[in-house]
Design a protein around this ligand. Structure first.
Ligand code: OGA
Ligand code: NI
Length: 372
C-alpha cells in the first residue's frame, strides 16, 4: 500500500521530469505568441468554464477590531455558515491601509515585467520556498500553470533578501512586501478570533495557537494568454495551509468548485478574499471546509494576486479541539505538524485537490508500520 502512494505520477512529476531549459516556459515571454506550448495544456476535464458567480459573504471586521460585541455576533453567524459550506468569504473594514494594498500590487507588476535575466537573480532554489518561479517548470514538465510567482517564507527579512539577490535598489520593494506581510499577520489574528467564536472554542484559542505563526507570501502574476481555454493560471487545488488571505486585482480569475460547479469570486475593491485551508480543516475535524479552487487566465489582460498563506510554526501539533470531535465521534486525521505536510508536498505529492487525503493516508501507513 505504501508503495502505491509513493509511486503515483505526482511523485515522478516532482522529482524527475522538470524541464531542462525551463527558461523557454516563461509566460510573460509567450504572451504575444499566437499559440501556447503544449506543456501548458491541461486536460479538457480541468478547463470546463465557470457556470456561476459565488455568493461569498462579506464579513465586516470592524466589530472584532473595536470590540463591539453586538456586531460581532452577526459576523460570527455568517462566518459559521460559509465555513461549513465552502470556506470562502470576503473581509471588509479589515484595517489595512489601502496604500499598502495598492503599493504591493504595483511592485508586483514592476517585478514581473522586468527582464528574465533580472528575475533569475532571485530564482527559487531547490528546497527553498522563497524566490522567483516561472510556471514552476523547474519542478514539473506537464500541466504547467500560466503564471509566474515571487514567494517569501517567514523567517528572514524580505528587504534584505530582495537587496542581496537583486541589488540595493530593490530594498524599498522588499520593504513594501515586508510591511504587507506584517499587516496580514495582524489581520490573521483578528480572523482567528472570529473563527474561535464561531466554533465555540473561545475567542483566544486559535489566536493563541497562531500567535507566533509563520507564513508564505506569494505574488502571482498571470500574463495575458493567447489560448486561455487550453490552460490554467493555477490549477484546481485546495490550499494546504491553515488560512489564505488573497488580494486580487480587479480582473476576474478566481473560481471555486462548490455545489457541483465552478463559480467565480468577483473582485470587490478594497476587500480581501479569505479561505480555510486543509490544515485548518483538519483542526476542525472537517467541520469547516477547505474547498477546491483555481485561477483562470484570459486573452485581454494580465492579472495579479497576492496570496498570504498562514502556517502553524513547524513543530506545533495539529489536532482538532476535543469539543469538535463529539462524544461518539472519530478523529479524522492523525496528529501532524506543518513541516511534515510541507515535506509531503515538496517530495511526494504535487498539490492538488487530494493533498490532505493522500497525506493522511500516508501518515496512517507510516504510523501502522512503525507500531508493528
Ligand atoms: C493560490 C491561489 C488564486 C489566485 O495561490 O493558492 O489559489 O486568484 N490563487 O491567484
Ligand atoms: Ni489557492
Amino acid at each position: 500500500m505504501a508503495t502505491s502512494i509513493l509511486s503515483s505520477t505526482n511523485i515522478q512529476n516532482i522529482s524527475e521530469n522538470a524541464l531542462d531549459d525551463n527558461t523557454m516556459f516563461i509566460p510573460t515571454m509567450l504572451a504575444n505568441k499566437p499559440t501556447i506550448p503544449k506543456q501548458f495544456f491541461w486536460p479538457k476535464s480541468d478547463t470546463a468554464p465557470a457556470t456561476g458567480i459565488l455568493d461569498a459573504p462579506i464579513i465586516d471586521l470592524q466589530g472584532i477590531l473595536t470590540g463591539d460585541a453586538s456586531s460581532i455576533e452577526k459576523q460570527v453567524d455568517a462566518l459559521r455558515v460559509t465555513c461549513k459550506t465552502h470556506g470562502f468569504f470576503l473581509v471588509v473594514n479589515h484595517g489595512i491601509d489601502t496604500n499598502i494594498l495598492n503599493e504591493t500590487l504595483d511592485h508586483a507588476a514592476e517585478f514581473f515585467t522586468m527582464p528574465l535575466e533580472t528575475k533569475l537573480n532571485i530564482v527559487q532554489k531547490k528546497g527553498s520556498m522563497s524566490g522567483y518561479s516561472g510556471a514552476h517548470s523547474e519542478r514539473f514538465s506537464d500541466k504547467l500553470p500560466w503564471k509566474e510567482c515571487l514567494s517569501f517564507k517567514s523567517g528572514g527579512s524580505i528587504e534584505e533578501f530582495m537587496g542581496s539577490s537583486l541589488g540595493k535598489e530593490f530594498e524599498p520593494m522588499g520593504l513594501v512586501y515586508q510591511k504587507y506581510s506584517e499587516a496580514m499577520k495582524k489581520l490573521t489574528l483578528s480572523i482567528m478570533q472570529l473563527l474561535g467564536l464561531s466554533l465555540d472554542v473561545g475567542k483566544d484559542y486559535y489566536r493563541e495557537f497562531f500567535q507566533d505563526c509563520g507564513y508564505i507570501m506569494r505574488c502571482n502574476y498571470y500574463p495575458r494568454c493567447p489560448e486561455p481555454e487550453l490552460t490554467q493560471g493555477t490549477g484546481a487545488h485546495s490550499d494546504t495551509v491553515a488560512l489564505t488571505i488573497l488580494q486580487q486585482e480587479e480582473v476576474e480569475g478566481l473560481e471555486v468548485f462548490t455545489g457541483g460547479a465552478w463559480q467565480s469570486i468577483l473582485p470587490v475593491p478594497g476587500s480581501l478574499v479569505v479561505n480555510i485551508g486543509d490544515t485548518f480543516m483538519a483542526m476542525t475535524n472537517d467541520i469547516y471546509k477547505s474547498c477546491v479552487h483555481r485561477a483562470v487566465v484570459n486573452r485581454h489582460s494580465s492579472r495579479r494576486s497576492i496570496a498570504f498563506f498562514v502556517i502553524p510554526r513547524d513543530n506545533k501539533v495539529i489536532r482538532a479541539h476535543d469539543s469538535l470531535i463529539g462524544p461518539n465521534g472519530k478523529r479524522l486525521y492523525p496528529d501532524f505538524t506543518w513541516s511534515e505536510l510541507e515535506e509531503f508536498t515538496q517530495k511526494y505529492h504535487r498539490v492538488d485537490e487530494n493533498t490532505l487525503k493522500c497525506f493522511a493516508q500516508r501518515l496512517r501507513l507510516l504510523g501502522s508500520s512503525s507500531s508493528e
